[in-house]
Design a protein around this ligand. Structure first.
Ligand code: DSN
Length: 423
């Protein structure tokens, strides 16, 4: 294996680990990565997250720390906060949450007491574990009430949301999720939350980059709180942010620190600042729109090949394929596609008769392939590979999968990924 020259110290100190990193770089370079929550960060984001900012402890907030020596750290965090406020048009931003789940937990800590009712989309319908789903601490320590989608259309049932909100009077309503292929109606959720006297938390983790780039409507001014990770369509490091109006700033900040976390990960804060700097550029705007155009083109090409898509298509970066009519379970398809160099995840579909660990669907998305410069003209080919891969999965045809893998690697070689030292 050729190790990348950019990790000489790692190679000298720990060749075993360096080899694993090198192999992962190769894998990310050679494969068609369709997991909608993944992406490729830029070289600048990667560099920022590997700096000496790693060495600092800085519990507290800029100007109010429990440690000295914060001259530069305060500036870094202030820069990230200012950029988040500008990119998303919000009054307040907290860039310290370690990731999406702690960010959402902070919202609970700020606005609810244990045992209180919260309303969120059910996980099998496309929601997130931390929106009150039973196996999560949020579903064990709070009373999670869940809404879903309409059986016929696969679209969020806003009538059900309103009925549940008025009946259950939740302290918090979550909108957003992990498998929502359509535009989230933040205005409607905002109205329901106001009517029910609940705090609306818009979890935009999946679509943050689309919101930043103007390719999805913004939750501002409808949501009281906006929660997001920074590493999905936003193309930043693994981290998260909470944003709100000034009125909620104190409660959220207190919930993040000292409520839930200790020292912020300053190297991540720096990389978030860089990602937000990139997200403010016209190039990122084009990227966000290209992600959506690619997803629509891919959905159309899959429909043309007889695939069933939850909600019939997509408005964003994500496509949820129901493989029931293909008679291939989601996990079998996902594993076969992986062997063909196409990386997806198995996923439940709404009203799935199968078990979550071996569900009926696969979830795909276009953030990563768009970061590599693939355009709508390539989506019919991607759909063809998925079609051939799923068929091969059903027939146990390993040769067909190996052929696709060669074709995928060839196309990927022509589209080098940002942040990777190998082409
Ligand atoms: N697990 C993430 C996703 O893949 O959507 C959400 O937390």
């Amino acid at each position: 294996m050729t190790l990348p020259l950019s990790h000489p110290a790692l190679q000298a100190t720990d060749p075993e680990l360096a080899a694993l990193v090198g192999a992962e770089e190769r894998l990310q370079a050679d494969t068609l990565r369709l997991i909608p929550s993944e992406n490729y960060v830029s070289d600048a984001v990667l560099e920022a997250s590997g700096t000496v900012l790693q060495n600092k402890y800085s519990e507290g907030y800029p100007g109010r720390r429990y440690y000295e020596g914060q001259q530069q750290i305060d500036r870094v965090e202030t820069l990230a906060v200012q950029r988040a406020k500008a990119v998303f048009g919000v009054e307040h931003a907290n860039v310290q949450p370690y990731s999406g789940s702690p960010a959402n937990l902070a919202a609970y800590l700020a606005f609810a007491e244990p045992g209180d009712t919260v309303l969120g989309m059910a996980l099998p319908m496309g929601g997130h574990l931390t929106h009150g789903w039973g196996v999560s601490a949020t579903g064990r320590w709070f009373r999670g009430v869940q809404y879903g989608v309409r059986p016929g259309t696969g679209l969020t049932d806003l009538d059900e949301v309103r009925d549940l909100a008025l009946k259950e009077r939740p302290k918090i309503i979550f909108c957003g999720g992990t498998a929502v292929p359509r535009t989230i109606d933040f205005a409607a959720f905002g109205e329901i939350a106001r009517e029910a006297g609940a705090v609306l938390v818009a979890d935009i983790a999946h679509i943050a980059g689309l919101v930043a780039g103007g390719a999805h409507p913004s939750p501002v001014p409808h949501a009281d709180v906006i929660s997001t990770t920074t590493h999905k369509t936003l193309r930043g490091p693994r981290g998260a942010m909470l944003m709100s109006r000034t009125a909620h700033a104190k409660a959220l900040d207190k919930a993040v620190f000292p409520g839930l976390q200790g020292g912020p990960h300053n190297h991540t804060t720096a990389a978030i600042a860089v990602a937000l700097h990139e997200a403010a550029t016209p190039a990122f705007r084009s990227y966000a729109h290209a992600v959506v155009a690619n997803a629509k083109a891919l959905a159309d090409a899959l429909l043309a090949r007889g695939f069933d898509l939850v909600s019939g298509g997509t408005d964003n970066h994500l496509v949820l394929i129901d493989l029931t009519s293909k008679d291939v379970p989601g996990k079998t398809a996902a594993k076969a596609l992986d062997r063909a160099g196409i990386v997806v995840n198995h996923n439940t579909v709404p009203f799935d008769p199968r078990k979550p660990f071996d569900p009926s669907g696969i979830r795909i998305g276009t953030p990563s392939l768009t970061s590599r410069g693939l355009g709508t003209d390539r989506m019919p080919l991607v759909a063809e590979w998925i079609d051939r891969g799923v068929r091969a999965a059903g027939e146990g045809d390993e040769e067909a999968l190996a052929t696709i893998r060669t074709e995928v690697a060839e196309l990927m070689a022509a589209h080098p990924a940002p942040g990777l030292p190998v082409g």
